[in-house]
Design a protein around this ligand. Structure first.
Ligand code: URA
Length: 434
């Protein structure tokens, strides 16, 4: 096969064969194809797109560039959840123990924060001692013993994605539905799952800002998951404002623990129970999504999900005394309150700006080498449609970095649009697609 021929074929909008796609990926991984040719291939694919067969072949080539875990010795139906990322999106921390407590094994390989969005690994690692770099043997052991594990991508899982993602990042080829599909699905399918629940975010704090784009991505993810004979269900959920109130790594662990203890955080509870309900349903522990949602709520009410969270934290080396006593955690040096300048309704939130504010306060990274501050972030009270009186508390900022706090105060104020007229609350779950 000839690399320039394949690039030309894609450039001219022709369909590539499974063999051609496999040849490009395996030879790029083996360093037989240089970056400049693979970058041209990526750009041609970005502009011309891929049909569902090509996307599936692309996913398969990336998946089989590494290890695909065999969890067949665990007889239960194993289900994971993947979110396309958002601000304050901490559902994994709550739904993994819920689904596991309901008897559905959850093999979860998660990522770190990316841009303005947070990452499950960074959140979990804010618990002192918690380790996400466990071996694949430990991964299997945890699933057998506790039915849940949350670790990071190892070098054996989809190595092609790691290389290709880094090249996409610097060649303007990230925002492509087939390339995103291959990247996400190659990692998820390597986990050894039987089913997957997808949370595709939409709005100002999501990678896909429009509902149309989010639905297209969901459909591509669904088709690819089905082409590997896995069960799947996708939710399109609103990301025009943070999910829950806490944004930042330890702050999100804090809020998740509160929910596991039974606190009601309206939007966070609604999204979480839908996703965990779907996991319980796909995992065969409920006859419908509705029944799955009631089982999910029961796992919180009975304390079983909280106990499961304790098992997971302890298995992964975390010091549970910080969860038992949430106030034991070290406090940030600076705290600043933001109050409503006038009375009215919250009309709009630029959620990307809220995510970036959390990052600037220390909760995220600007370069790969940056160290995050687990204590940093915001508690954000403003919710679209809610009525506020002058001087009501809209947000609290937390950081050790005195230099940024006033700049971020302005950024957060500018990200909130208040209105005198009544505003309706946005619908949280926009669509469910099977
Ligand atoms: N997340 C991924 O894992 N890959 C992408 O391409 C985009 C988001």
């Amino acid at each position: 096969m000839n690399v320039p021929e394949i690039i030309r074929k894609k450039r001219d909008g022709k369909k590539l064969s499974i063999e051609e796609i496999g040849f490009m990926i395996s030879n790029y991984v083996n360093k037989q194809i240089p970056d400049y040719q693979f970058a041209a291939f990526l750009m041609a694919s970005f502009i011309r797109g891929m049909d569902k067969w090509e996307t599936s072949a692309f996913t398969s080539a990336m998946l089989f560039s590494g290890k695909v875990l065999d969890l067949s010795s665990i007889s239960d139906f194993k289900v994971d959840k993947h979110s396309t990322g958002g601000v304050g999106d901490k559902t994994s921390l709550i739904l993994a123990p819920i689904a596991a407590a309901a008897g559905v094994p959850v093999p979860m390989i998660s990522g770190r924060g990316l841009g303005h969005t947070g990452g499950t690994l960074d959140k979990l690692e804010s618990i002192p001692g918690f380790r996400t770099d466990l071996s694949l043997n430990k991964y299997k052991q945890a699933l057998r013993r506790h039915k849940a594990i949350l670790i990071g991508q190892t070098k054996d899982i989809a190595p092609a994605d790691k290389l290709i993602y880094a090249l996409r990042d610097v060649t303007g080829t990230i925002e492509s539905i087939p390339l995103i599909t291959g990247s996400i699905m190659s990692k998820k399918l390597a986990e050894g799952i039987d089913g997957l629940v997808l949370d595709v975010k939409t709005g100002s704090g999501a990678f896909m800002r429009t509902l149309k784009g989010s639905v297209e991505l969901a459909q591509s993810l669904i088709e690819t998951t089905k082409s590997f004979n896995k069960k799947v269900m996708a939710f399109i959920t609103d990301m025009n404002q943070p999910l829950g109130n806490y944004i930042g790594n330890w702050l999100e662990v804090y809020e998740s623990v509160k929910v596991l203890e039974g606190d009601e955080v309206e939007d966070l509870n609604e999204v979480t129970h839908n996703l965990s309900g779907a996991m319980i349903y796909l995992g065969g522990k409920a006859k419908s999504l509705k029944e799955g949602i009631s089982v999910s709520k029961e796992m919180i009410r009975s304390g079983k999900a909280y106990d499961k969270f304790k098992e997971i934290v302890e298995f992964q080396g975390g010091d549970f005394s910080y969860i038992n006593d949430l106030n034991k955690y070290k406090k940030p040096k600076y705290r600043l309150e933001i109050h409503a300048p006038s009375s009215g309704y919250v009309k709009m939130i630029d959620n990307y700006e809220i995510g970036m504010s959390a990052l600037e306060l220390g909760a995220g990274r600007k370069t790969k080498e940056d160290r995050i501050d687990p204590k940093a972030g915001l508690i954000f009270y403003a919710k679209i449609g809610q009525r506020y009186k002058k001087n009501d508390l809209l947000a609290e900022l937390f950081t050790d970095n005195k230099r940024v706090i006033e700049l971020i105060e302005k950024r957060v104020i500018n990200a909130i649009t208040l209105s005198k007229e009544k505003v309706n609350k946005p619908k949280l779950i926009k669509k469910i697609i099977k």
